[in-house]
Design a protein around this ligand. Structure first.
Ligand code: ADP
Ligand code: MG
Length: 271
């Protein structure tokens, strides 16, 4: 099975959480699955920018990325965090390699348009391609690729990509069977309750009725995209849940929220 696993930046703050996720990733890789791990930056990225006196501005949940912010993105996402994740998986007994956009042109990007202005958000991009041949070489060699959410532009610049979008686009480009988001909440919440399933048709309603907001909107939109591209199973799971990744990867009911293309006819009749 080919699987994309997205790790929230917030999960990377805690060494025990990183070790637990790394152990599960190692176990899945050793079962023979082809894994691509994608990680975000979240709070550590913002904290580093603050330490360096750089202000962050968000438009529609996306961080406006000037050149200075982009340099920090490469340092923190492509450096510190990328090596932290690859190191933890390798330490769990499964060789892993940290990749940034530029490495073997592994992840390609184009500048995003905002208000019809190309590059209007600075160095914010969307993923336009993956060096699949290179990833396949790694899988054959028994190495797990770990990607930071960066992409290399045709202009040679590195672009910052929303990690949820990047994970969905990766799942599409590598023809993944499953996409699992490990996040800092237990799943999509309705009040305090974890929704067992959300259908793609339902996402608009959840947004309109303010049941989901902020990063969860981007995540659900990314899930829809992956489903439309033919990814079979998409799930949002709490990253601190004991063995959450393993049970999510094994399919079935499992933890968190499954995002489905549409409710099965019987289930929607019962709603
Ligand atoms: P990640 O790093 O996993 O991409 P995001 O911050 O982008 O995390 O998205 C997850 C966040 O979305 C949650 O931490 C929560 O603050 C917010 N959120 C908004 N609405 C909901 C909801 N209905 N259920 C769960 N999380 C929600
Ligand atoms: Mg997010």
């Amino acid at each position: 099975m080919r699987l994309v696993i997205k790790l929230a930046g917030a999960l990377l703050d805690d060494a025990a959480t990183v070790a637990s996720i790394a152990r599960q990733i190692a176990a899945l890789a050793q079962e023979g699955h082809e894994l691509l791990v994608v990680h975000g930056g979240g709070k550590i990225f913002t904290a580093t920018l603050e330490k360096m006196g750089i202000q962050s501005r968000f438009v529609g949940g996306l961080r406006v990325t000037d050149r200075e912010t982009r340099e920090v993105a490469v340092m923190v996402l492509g450096g510190l965090l990328n090596k932290r994740v690859a190191g933890a998986i390798s330490q769990a007994g499964q060789p892993a390699i940290g990749l940034c956009a530029s490495d073997a042109g592994a992840f390609l990007a184009e500048p995003m348009s905002y208000n019809e202005m190309r590059g209007g958000l600075g160095f914010v991009g969307y993923l336009t391609g993956v060096n699949l041949e290179f990833l396949e070489t790694l899988w054959r060699a028994g190495v797990v690729p770990v990607a930071s959410c960066l992409g290399l532009g045709a202009d040679g610049e590195i672009y910052n990509i929303n990690a949820d979008h990047m994970a969905a686009a990766c799942a599409e480009f590598i023809h993944a069977d499953r996409l699992i988001y490990l996040t800092d909440v237990a799943g999509v919440l309705d009040g305090r309750k974890v929704m067992k399933a959300v259908s793609a048709d339902e996402v608009e309603d959840l947004i309109r009725h303010h049941k989901v907001s902020g990063g969860m909107i981007l995540k659900l939109e990314a899930c829809k995209r992956a489903l439309a591209a033919g990814v079979n199973q998409v799930r949002i799971v709490g990253g601190t849940k004991m063995d959450g990744l393993l049970s999510a990867a094994n399919g079935g009911k499992g933890p968190g929220t499954r995002v489905l293309p549409a409710y099965p006819a019987a289930a929607s009749a019962a709603r």
